[in-house]
Design a protein around this ligand. Structure first.
Ligand code: ZN
Length: 285
């Protein structure tokens, strides 16, 4: 199933253009918003499985789409999780759990947005598969991990490299959390919708030029491996987001380096999910 956050209400999609309002269809049992849906995810999934044939009552307007998890209690982001990207960043490929940081929740938005480029910064692109947790997870094995995933979405880990990299140690959290720096969407797609959720084409284009292209099967730590690794230490909570890392092709790793300019458009895509779109404006506009 595919679930959208449409106008702050959970909608079960019947196509890209239409869906069923979950709160109305369940006579108030589930929803109305996404955070409450994640807290009852297993019961909701069972109920939604029996909903076939219901008529759509919502016309999807993409300008009304919000983040598929608009208020996660935790956002995990993973660095250096594709070997070609680790190499272009000047690091060894990790053999332990890769670097884990957060994108602060105030940077979260829906899928199609205008983003202000921080003054004096170098803003870079990082398309990423985002996994959203559907069930509390502690000490989960990789073999069981997909059972804890509500679904997958597309994220951009927008990154301002000047503030990220200055100072005695990298400021991953701050450099990647300017307003609008964590667009996610366009919706949540449950793992069962994919023939293989561990192998999806992923990429992004800047003003029509393809700058990143890979497959999620190239992840050094797959979604199940990340859930196993993270849940050894922290308890994953329903609605939590995991930005799983970016393939090679970021602007920082290019020669010459390239960063996003005002007026440019970034389109990010993942097979079986769709695309998200960011346009960029200068600070003060
Ligand atoms: Zn990233």
């Amino acid at each position: 199933m595919r679930i959208a956050n449409h106008n702050n209400r959970a909608v079960l999609l019947t196509s890209d253009e239409a869906g069923i309002d979950i709160h109305t269809a369940s006579a108030g049992r589930f929803g109305p918003d996404l955070p409450s849906l994640y807290n009852t995810w297993e019961a909701f999934s069972t109920w939604a499985g029996g909903l076939s044939g219901s008529a759509a009552d919502v016309a999807i307007d993409r300008t009304q789409l919000g983040s598929p998890s608009p208020a996660p209690r935790q956002v995990f982001a993973i660095g250096l999780n594709y070997s070609a990207h680790a190499k272009e960043s000047g690091f060894e490929e990790p053999d332990q759990l890769p670097p884990v940081f957060t994108k602060f929740v105030s940077s979260l938005t829906g899928p199609d947005t205008q983003v202000v480029l921080p003054q004096g910064g170098n803003t870079d692109w990082e398309v990423e598969l985002v996994a959203i947790v559907g069930k509390e997870a502690s000490n989960v094995s990789a073999a069981d991990a997909w059972d804890y995933v509500a679904g997958l979405s597309i994220g951009q880990d927008l990154s301002e490299r000047v503030s990220q990299l200055r100072g005695p140690a990298p400021q991953f959290g701050l450099g990647k959390s300017f307003p609008g720096f964590a667009p996610v969407g366009p919706w949540l797609v449950s793992p069962g919708e994919f023939s293989n959720p561990d192998d999806l084409a992923i990429g992004c284009s800047l003003d029509g030029e393809e700058v990143q292209k890979g497959r999620t099967s190239e992840l050094i730590f797959s979604v199940p491996a990340l859930i196993q690794g993270l849940s050894q230490t922290v308890t994953l909570l329903p609605g939590d987001m995991i930005f799983t890392g970016t393939p090679s092709g970021v602007g920082l790793g290019r020669s010459p380096q390239r960063f996003i300019q005002p007026g440019e458009t970034l389109i990010s895509r993942i097979e079986g999910i769709g695309e998200i779109k960011q346009t960029f404006v200068p600070a003060g506009s």
